[in-house]
Design a binder for this molecule. Structure first.
Ligand code: WTA
Length: 649
C-alpha cells in the first residue's frame, strides 16, 4: 500500500480546541447558536421560538418563522451578484452538457412553477417526481418548493410497484416523469414503468412528461394518455414570474421514502426551515464552503444525499453544483475523474462502494487526470474500510485533501458525525467519522441505555433534537415514535433519545466508529434496503411460501442480499425458478434489490412464536457459531441452511 496519511495522529494527543469550543457553545445554548446560523438565510418573518419542545418527540424548529426554500436557493443570490455564475453544471452520460447560471435557473424555476400553478396545485398538495439525473429534476423540486407544494422524489431505479406504493402513500395528484433515461448506453423507458405504476395509483390526475432521451436521439415509443399525460414543453410558458410563497418553517418541504424493518417503506417528512438551516450549516462545517467551490456529489437525487448535497446544500450557498447523469465507469472507469478535471471540481463526495469499485480498475485511470483542484473529499452511506480510505486519500486526493467520513441518515436531513475542516480539522483515522458536529449530542450506549466504555460496541444514540431532524413519518406518527424514540427514551423522566439503529463504538480519544446497522436494514452499494421488503417481494411470487433475506459481506458492495426460500407445495427447486424469482424481485422492487443468491430450503429457523431468526441464518451463512439458540424451535432447520449452502458450492 501507499504511504501513511500525513494526518494520522502523532504521539501527543491532539486537542481540537476550536472545535471543542464551538461544540460546547452549541450544546450550552442551542437556541442562540442555531438562531445565529439561521439568520444567514432570508426569512419573510423571523421565528418566535427557535425550538419548540413542548410536545416531544415532535420537536419543531424556528416556529412562527416564514421562509421559502426556492427563494433562498435561487432568488437570494441574484441580489448578491451571482446572476451569471454557474448554478448547475450538468453532464449527460453520452457527453452532452448543459449549464444553468443562477439567473437561468431562476427563470426556469419560475416557468416550471407556472406549470404547476396552472394545474391548480398549491400549498398543501403533494407531487411525485420519477426522473433521471437531469436538470429538470432539481428545477421541479425548486418550483414545487416555491409554491409550498410538498414533493417526493422516487429514485428512477425503482420498479413500477415501488413507485405506485410511494405515490399512493403520499397521495400525489401529479406525477412528473420522463420518456426515459440513459444508463450504461442503454435507454430505461421510464414513462412505460410510470404507466404501469399509474394503473395502481389512482390519486394521480395529471402526468407531466419531460422529453429527455427522445430529444437526444433515442428512438422509443412514448404513449401519452389523452386528458392525463402532457409533454412538459407543451405546458411551459415562454416567460413567467411566480412569487415564492412564504411557508411556515414547519411546512413539509419534502417526503422521502426509505427502508425500515417492515415491508412498508417509511415516508420521512422534512421541514422547510430546520432542514434548510441544517443543510446550510453542515455545508460550512464539513465542506468548508468557499465562494468559488465547485461541488460534485455523485449521489442520485432520488436519495437523501442528492437532496441535501447535490441540490439544496450547494445552491443555498450560491456555489456551483455538478450533476452527472450516468454510471461512474461508463464508457470508461475514469468518467468521474474526467468530470473533476473538466470542471475544476473542488469538493467531491461519494460512497465507499464506488471508491472500492474504481480502486479495482487501478490507479492509472485516476493518474490520467489533473485533479489538483480537489480540496475536500467526502464519503457517506456505509463504513469505509481503511484500504479504500487510504487509496482515496493518496491516489485521488494526492495526500492533500482531508477525507470527511460523514455519518448521517435520511432521517437526520444532513450530516451528523464527521470531520469539520470548516471549523477545525482533527487528525483523521481511516474508518472513523471522528466527532459529532456542533449541536449533535451523540453517544454510544449499551443494551440498558447506560454509556458504553471506550472500545466497546454499543448503540449510537442522539440525545437531543437538531434542526435537520425529521418531523414525523408521513401519515404514521405512531410509527415515528415507535421506530426512533421507543428504544432508549425515558418519557417519565422527560428523557427523549433518538435511536438511529446503528452499532457504534467510541475509542479512547472520543472518536466515533460506526459499525453497521443494528436492525434488519442492509446497505447494498450504499443503498439502503429493508430485508423485509425483499422478503415480501419474494413471497408475492406464487411459488414462494416463506422467505428470509440476510446481508452477506461483499468486497465491493459492502453487503449483498442473500435469500433463503421455502417453496409452496407443488413447486420444486430449479435453476429456472431461481432465475424467475430474481426477475420477480427486479420487477417488484427494482434492480438494486435483486438477491445475489437464492437458496431453496425445506424450513427456516424460527423462534417458538414463529419469528424468523435472521441472526442465526446469517451466522450459519458466515460460518460462525450461531450464538444463543434457546428460543430456536427446531434445530434441524439449521442443518437445512447448512445443506442448502453446501449444495450450492
Ligand atoms: C449508514 C445515507 C458508516 C448507516 C446518508 C446509516 C454510514 C445509514 C455512514 C443511513 C458512514 C451512513 N459510516 N455508516 N459514514 N453514513 N451510514 O438513510 O447505517 O440511505 O444508518 O442515508 O447508512 O442510510 P440512508
Amino acid at each position: 500500500m501507499t504511504s501513511e496519511p500525513k494526518t494520522l495522529p502523532t504521539e501527543a494527543r491532539f486537542i481540537p480546541k476550536r472545535l471543542e469550543e464551538v461544540r460546547k457553545r452549541a450544546l450550552e445554548n442551542p437556541e442562540e447558536f442555531f438562531a445565529e446560523i439561521a439568520r444567514e438565510l432570508e426569512w419573510f418573518k423571523t421565528w418566535d421560538k427557535v425550538l419548540d419542545d413542548s410536545n416531544p418527540p415532535f420537536y419543531r424548529w424556528f416556529v412562527g418563522g416564514l421562509i421559502n426554500a426556492s427563494y433562498n436557493a435561487v432568488d437570494r443570490h441574484l441580489k448578491r451578484g451571482l446572476r451569471n455564475k454557474a448554478a448547475i453544471i450538468w453532464e449527460g452520460e453520452p457527453g452532452d452538457t448543459r449549464v444553468l447560471t443562477y439567473y437561468q435557473l431562476y427563470r426556469e424555476v419560475n416557468r416550471f412553477a407556472a406549470v404547476l400553478e396552472n394545474l391548480g396545485l398549491r400549498k398543501g398538495d403533494t407531487i411525485a417526481f420519477y426522473l433521471p439525473m437531469i436538470p429538470e429534476l432539481p428545477i421541479f423540486m425548486l418550483a414545487a418548493a416555491r409554491l409550498g407544494i410538498t414533493f417526493t422524489v422516487v429514485f428512477s431505479g425503482f420498479s413500477a410497484k415501488a413507485l405506485a406504493e410511494r405515490i399512493n402513500d403520499a397521495k400525489a395528484k401529479v406525477l412528473v416523469t420522463a420518456d426515459g433515461g440513459f444508463r450504461r448506453g442503454k435507454v430505461i423507458e421510464l414513462k412505460k414503468i410510470a404507466d404501469e405504476a399509474l394503473e395502481m395509483a389512482p390519486s394521480v390526475e395529471t402526468v407531466i412528461v419531460v422529453k429527455n432521451v427522445t430529444a437526444r436521439g433515442a428512438k422509443i415509443d412514448v404513449p401519452l394518455t389523452e386528458g392525463r399525460d402532457y409533454w412538459l414543453h407543451n405546458l411551459l410558458p415562454a416567460h413567467a414570474k411566480v412569487d415564492p410563497v412564504p411557508v411556515e418553517s414547519t411546512h413539509p418541504l419534502f417526503i422521502l421514502y426509505t427502508s425500515g424493518t417492515t415491508g412498508k417503506p417509511k415516508g420521512v417528512v422534512h421541514s422547510t426551515g430546520g432542514y434548510l438551516v441544517w443543510v446550510y450549516a453542515t455545508m460550512k462545517w464539513v465542506f468548508d464552503v468557499k465562494p468559488d467551490d465547485v461541488m460534485f456529489c455523485t449521489a442520485d437525487i432520488g436519495w437523501i444525499t442528492g437532496h441535501s448535497y447535490v441540490v439544496f446544500g450547494p445552491l443555498l450557498h450560491g456555489i456551483t453544483t455538478v450533476m452527472y447523469e450516468g454510471a461512474p465507469d461508463y464508457p470508461a472507469p475514469d468518467r468521474w475523474w474526467q468530470i473533476v478535471e473538466k470542471y475544476g471540481v473542488t469538493i467531491f463526495y461519494t460512497a465507499p462502494t464506488a471508491i472500492r469499485m474504481l480502486m479495482r480498475y487501478g490507479e492509472e485511470w485516476v493518474k490520467k487526470h489533473d485533479l489538483s483542484t480537489l480540496r475536500i473529499l467526502g464519503t457517506v452511506g456505509e463504513p469505509i474500510n481503511p484500504e479504500a480510505w487510504k487509496w482515496y486519500y493518496t491516489v485521488v486526493g494526492g495526500e492533500r485533501c482531508p477525507i470527511v467520513d460523514t455519518w448521517w441518515q435520511t432521517e437526520t436531513g444532513g450530516i451528523m458525525i464527521s470531520p469539520a475542516p470548516g471549523i477545525q480539522l482533527v487528525p483523521l483515522k481511516p474508518g472513523s467519522a471522528t466527532y459529532p458536529l456542533p449541536g449533535v449530542d451523540a453517544d454510544v450506549v449499551c443494551e440498558d441505555g447506560s454509556p458504553c466504555p471506550p472500545g466497546q460496541r454499543g448503540y449510537l444514540v442522539i440525545k437531543r433534537p437538531w434542526p435537520g431532524m425529521l418531523m414525523t413519518l408521513w401519515g404514521d406518527p405512531e410509527r415515528y415514535v415507535r421506530t426512533y424514540w421507543q428504544r432508549f427514551s425515558k418519557p417519565e423522566e422527560g428523557k427523549w433519545i433518538y435511536y438511529p439503529a446503528d452499532y457504534a463504538m467510541k475509542d479512547e480519544d472520543g472518536y466515533f466508529w460506526i459499525l453497521g446497522r443494528a436492525d434488519e436494514v442492509i446497505k447494498v452499494a450504499g443503498h439502503r434496503l429493508g430485508t423485509a421488503e425483499i422478503e415480501s417481494a419474494l413471497v408475492s411470487h406464487p411459488a414462494v411460501a416463506e422467505a428470509a433475506v440476510v446481508g452477506k459481506p461483499d468486497p465491493v458492495k459492502g453487503e449483498v442480499p442473500v435469500a433463503f426460500v421455502v417453496l409452496r407445495q407443488g413447486y420444486t427447486p430449479s435453476e429456472e425458478l431461481r432465475h424467475e424469482l430474481v426477475e420477480h424481485v427486479r420487477k417488484t422492487l427494482g434492480p438494486i434489490a435483486v438477491p445475489a443468491a437464492i437458496f431453496f430450503v425445506e424450513k427456516l429457523p424460527k423462534t417458538r412464536s414463529g419469528k424468523i431468526m435472521r441472526r442465526v441464518i446469517k451466522a450459519v451463512l458466515l460460518g460462525k457459531t450461531p450464538g444463543d439458540l434457546t428460543t430456536l424451535e427446531d434445530e434441524a432447520s439449521l442443518d437445512e441452511i447448512r445443506r442448502a449452502l453446501e449444495e450450492f458450492k
